[in-house]
Design a protein around this ligand. Structure first.
Ligand code: SAM
Length: 189
């Protein structure tokens, strides 16, 4: 592991636990949640739950997060419990996971936009499976974000679907120093 990865991603703590996330992601998501008045978040891929906690501190609605492995520390698990986070220990590729999430979202609050945050094992595939408007998870006014640390995702690979579904590009930013990328789209009203 390079010194850069160790110091910038692995070895720093936030809210008392290892963050395992680049610091810039916290800043970008904080801005996104504020600017777009996000009420509810669905996170595909909890990891150690760093961004989950940020979402729960911000949002007035639900935070639903999915991971087939619970990699959270006891401290983070307890924090999530106190913040009322819904952790679903299930596989994103299972056929009944998207309808499960769709059902949970049927209780969304009023007009507040939902952020679908795609951050699991295969981001391109998860985008195709979960962000498809026919699936019923995202609705007009919602946002979809994909964050990539490394080389797991390239916006060009979903461009065709973004165009076909009429989604608007909000950001496709590359943070060169941290070698990360954030792509955010909105579902037009
Ligand atoms: C990059 S981490 C998530 C980081 C987290 N969103 C954050 O920002 O702090 C990716 C997570 O996706 C989970 N994952 C990968 N494939 C999955 C699958 N098929 N079903 C459920 N979880 C999966 C892994 O266990 C891992 O914890």
């Amino acid at each position: 592991m390079s010194d850069w990865i160790r110091s910038r991603v692995v070895d720093w703590t936030w809210l008392g636990a290892l963050a395992q996330q680049v610091p810039s992601a916290l800043l970008w998501f904080d801005r996104l949640l504020t600017q777009h008045k996000i009420g509810t978040v669905v996170e595909l891929g909890t990891g150690v739950g760093t961004l989950t906690a940020l979402f729960a501190l911000h949002c007035t609605g639900r935070v639903i997060t999915v991971d087939r492995n619970d990699r959270r520390s006891d401290k983070t698990r307890d924090l999530h419990k106190r913040l009322d986070v819904d952790f679903l220990p299930i596989d994103l590729t299972a056929a009944d996971t998207p309808p499960k999430i769709e059902r949970l979202l049927s209780m969304r609050r009023g007009d507040e936009p939902v952020l679908l945050f795609i951050d699991g094992g295969d981001k391109r595939l998860e985008f195709e499976q979960y962000a498809d408007p026919a699936r019923g998870i995202v609705k007009p006014g919602d946002l979809i974000a994909i964050h990539d640390c490394g080389h797991e995702f390239n916006p060009a690979t979903i461009r065709e679907s973004v165009i076909a579904w009429g989604y608007l590009r909000i950001y496709e930013v590359q943070m060169a120093e941290e070698n990360t990328r954030l792509a955010v789209y909105s579902v037009p009203r």
